[in-house]
Design a protein around this ligand. Structure first.
Ligand SMILES: [Zn+2]
Length: 237
């Protein structure tokens, strides 16, 4: 199975889907591609003297380290952080990455969240999963043979969102925390801007979603109920 995660920023996938990716990896025959649409260059609030180029380079390195630790691949589309627009060019870039990865399932940000980069990335992932199978849209790679199902991740703190599908990540939770710490700059950034760090956040939200489904830690999802992206069977690990 080819698993593709789409997000706006370098740590977005990890917060709400990393335990699930670790579980997929443990199943064996799985490829993992983490696609981040922006370059994350506004994520240097812990040290505003850093240039945008320096911050983007740090975040590229961190996201690559996490993807490699998963045995996966990190792809950055390089759009400007915090000013993401759903242009034809960026959408074609995204859908071509889905084609190249031969995506069987796509995780995406939810359509509601606090940051418009997130909600635009959600719209783009939704649209790209359909256009990637359309044979009259021409990109560098062949159209997908089947439309991949889309599973939306949690928004930040779960606000205004009710998931329907839960993955028990209790057994891999400490591994998730270890990989989150690879985002050294964002561990600092979240302390500066929110007063919490990525691991503390993951513990609270993981325990909250775990409480809802009777396990210690969980990640929660909601599939997009949109033709032709609905498929039978259980696609989650
Ligand atoms: Zn983000």
């Amino acid at each position: 199975m080819n698993v593709v995660c789409v997000a706006a920023h370098q740590d977005d996938i990890e917060l709400h889907c990393l335990g699930t990716l670790i579980k997929y990896r443990e199943q064996g025959d799985v490829t993992i591609t983490n696609v981040v649409i922006t370059n994350g260059d506004k994520g240097g609030q812990f040290d505003p003297s850093l240039s945008y180029e320096e911050v983007a380079a740090i975040r590229h390195e961190e996201a690559t380290a996490v993807a490699e630790a998963l045995g996966g691949r990190y792809v950055c589309l390089g759009e400007t952080d915090e000013y993401l627009r759903n242009t034809d060019e960026t959408l074609n870039h995204l859908l071509d990455v889905l084609r190249e990865a031969k995506a069987d399932i796509v995780f995406a940000p939810p359509p509601v969240d606090y940051n418009t980069d997130h909600t635009i990335a959600s719209q783009m992932a939704f649209q790209a999963t359909m256009l990637a199978g359309v044979r009259t849209i021409f990109t560098a790679h062949e159209p997908l043979a089947a439309y991949p199902p889309v599973y939306y991740m949690d928004p930040v703190t779960g606000l205004d969102w009710q998931p329907t599908h839960y993955v028990d990540i209790t057994a891999v939770f400490e591994r998730k925390c270890a990989l989150l710490r690879l985002h050294k700059s964002q561990m600092l950034n979240m302390q500066t801007s929110g007063g919490w760090d990525l691991v503390e956040y993951a513990r609270i939200v993981g325990a909250f979603r775990g409480l809802q489904c009777g396990v210690e830690y969980a990640e929660a999802f909601k599939p997009a109920l949109a033709w032709p992206r609905v498929r039978p069977g259980n696609w989650l690990p």
